[in-house]
Design a protein around this ligand. Structure first.
Ligand code: B16
Ligand code: MG
Length: 218
């Protein structure tokens, strides 16, 4: 099958905003006296803001009202955006810019499939927005990863079938979403966590055009 599009997750694939999500959630968890570490943070990758909050609150023993939870989510996002304020092109993960340039040159469509409601702002800060033929973020979807909706919507906007597209993902929930949607999934990170992907790369620095040939079964 000919690959016509590559769809990228944002946090952890294009830029390491996961560290800022962690700092902001950690600050909230500390305030609530809930223990929360890097290991717990793995479960938050790729999932929505509200689900992330639920996962953290489940680690504590207090029940909060919807209004209180809403306030917590808003507060976390304000802190997250503060941490992100210094982001610029230097934060693009290794090899990504070069790969996007090569995709453009070879007329392969480029899509974004991110759970983040801040995706547009981050892409703008990275000066990458103009590369994307379709951008699907947390504002456009109703079902969070591992539901494949975000990637299916991106494929629809790009006018390609899932089996004509590669999804790049760093989260377990994201890899599962890609596979469930019928995409070729390339995991970025730990093969023990991303085992369901078709291929797992330790770092974005290892992304190259040969992967397209592999996905096409050449
Ligand atoms: P926001 P991705 C996801 O982005 C993050 O991995 C996840 O940790 C975060 O909770 C989610 O976006 C929502 O982000 O609070 O900015 O709307 O990895 O799907 O690009
Ligand atoms: Mg991610």
């Amino acid at each position: 099958m000919k690959i016509k599009a590559c769809i990228f997750d944002l946090d952890g694939v294009i830029v390491d905003t996961a560290k800022f999500h962690f700092l902001a959630w950690k600050r909230l968890a500390d305030e609530l006296n809930i223990s929360f570490d890097e290991h717990d943070n793995e479960q938050l990758k790729g999932v929505s803001r509200t689900t992330s909050l639920e996962i953290i609150l489940r680690k504590g023993s207090i029940q909060y009202s919807e209004e209180e939870k809403q306030e917590m989510a808003v507060k976390k996002n304000i802190w997250y955006l503060e941490y992100c304020s210094t982001i610029d092109e230097s934060e693009i993960l290794p090899g990504i810019k070069e790969f996007l340039d090569e995709l453009k040159l070879k007329n392969i469509l480029i899509g974004l499939g991110s759970a983040s409601k801040n995706a547009l702002l981050i892409l703008d800060k990275l000066k990458l927005t103009s590369y994307f033929d379709a951008i699907v973020d947390g504002n456009k979807i109703t079902e969070a990863k591992p539901n494949p909706q975000v990637f299916l919507r991106a494929a629809e906007e790009l006018n390609v079938n899932p089996n004509e597209a590669i999804v790049f993902e760093d989260a377990e929930a994201g890899v599962e979403a890609a596979i469930r949607g019928g995409f070729y999934a390339i995991g970025i990170g730990d093969a023990k966590i991303l085992g369901k992907a078709n291929i797992v790369l330790r770092s974005t620095a290892l992304i190259n055009f040969n992967l397209i040939d592999a996905a096409e079964g050449k």
